[in-house]
Write a protein that binds this ligand. Structure first.
Ligand code: DGY
Length: 324
């Protein structure tokens, strides 16, 4: 195991909420990049850091070249995120750097946002908010802004990991029937009655709403394209709380314009923060700026979990969320 001192010594390249900074200060020796040199590019600062543990987020991507440049003192990269597509794991492995992520602690917060997007898309939240905030609302009518219910509908989850299961638990509160598609079927106690479809095509034809939850990878890039959208029933809803790369924007936008899809709820976008500008003009898109895990409870839980897993590793055990 690479040498890391007993008291965790961390260089935090990422910006963190004050509450989390205070938690981390209590537990370890930590330097926050935004406090020492906010104007200096992160990669430059990282090249001079002396701490063995580097903490980053998706905003501080480390590709092969960046990892090669890290000083010899760096033994651990800990990403304060569940996703890790911003890290070149092979490059870290080649340098003998251990890598940790946070797969567990975000699930509840992201599942809540999944429900929020599903409800917002179904109940025409964008148009409703626009109407009331524009001060143009002239009063209740039976024809105004009628959406669709999610009660007793069929929900399809593409990528039924921890977040998917947390989402399914919430959707059951709306009497939804849960379907899922994964590479492998889950154990019965994890399935909780959800219907497994080995082939996503079989699931798509049965559901009223589809939630994307698979990780971003070469395999899932562009997964939701025109052909697959065509497998969905007319009037279906699409929610994306995974990564923007899973969606072909041209195809999703065409289906939202044509009415094949009733609406979409989107928290993630290809090329964030420069999302496809056509989304702004679609009233049937309810969208959020990647806030899936943005709760103070989750942010604090993430820091606690990170420290916990690093200590576990230092004690010679293998934490489950070590990537490399
Ligand atoms: C995560 O943790 O992966 C969030 O989506 C932020 O990147």
């Amino acid at each position: 195991m690479p040498h890391v001192p007993e008291r965790l010594s961390i260089f935090a390249a990422c910006r963190l909420p004050d509450e989390v900074k205070a938690d981390l200060r209590r537990e370890c020796d930590i330097v926050f990049a935004d406090e020492i040199a906010p104007a200096v590019p992160i990669l430059t600062l990282l090249c001079t850091c002396t701490q063995p543990i580097v903490m980053i987020t998706v905003q501080e991507p480390l590709d092969e070249a960046a990892i090669r440049e890290l000083p010899a003192s760096v033994r651990v990269i800990a990403t304060y995120s569940v996703g890790h597509e911003h890290l070149d794991l092979e490059a870290a492995r080649a340098r003998g750097i251990a890598v940790f992520s946070l797969p567990d602690v975000l699930s509840e917060a992201v599942a809540e946002i999944g429900m929020f997007l599903l409800l917002g898309a179904a109940r025409r939240a964008t148009e409703s908010i626009d109407l009331i905030r524009s001060r143009a609302w002239t009063g209740w009518t039976a024809t105004q802004l009628n959406g669709v219910e999610i009660f007793r509908k069929h929900l399809g989850i593409f990528g039924m990991g921890r977040i998917g299961r947390a989402l399914a638990a919430r959707a059951r509160g709306f009497d939804m029937t849960i379907h899922y598609s994964n590479r492998r079927r889950l154990a019965l106690e994890l399935e909780q009655g959800a219907r497994y479809h080995a082939d996503p095509k079989d699931m798509f034809g049965e559901v009223d709403a589809l939630v994307l939850l698979a990780p971003s990878s070469e395999e899932t890039r562009g997964f939701l394209n025109a052909e697959r959208i065509g497998w969905l029933k007319r009037g279906a809803i699409v929610v994306n709380i995974a990564r923007g790369s899973l969606v072909v924007d041209d195809d999703l936008i065409a289906a939202l314009r044509s009415g094949h899809l009733f609406a979409a709820g989107l928290d993630v976008f290809a090329g964030e923060p420069s999302l496809d500008p056509r989304y702004f003009d679609l009233p049937n898109v309810f969208m959020l700026p990647h806030i899936g895990s943005s709760t103070i409870e989750t942010r604090r839980r993430m820091a606690a979990a990170l420290i916990d897993q690093l200590r576990t590793w230092l004690a010679g055990d293998e934490p489950s969320n070590r990537l490399v």
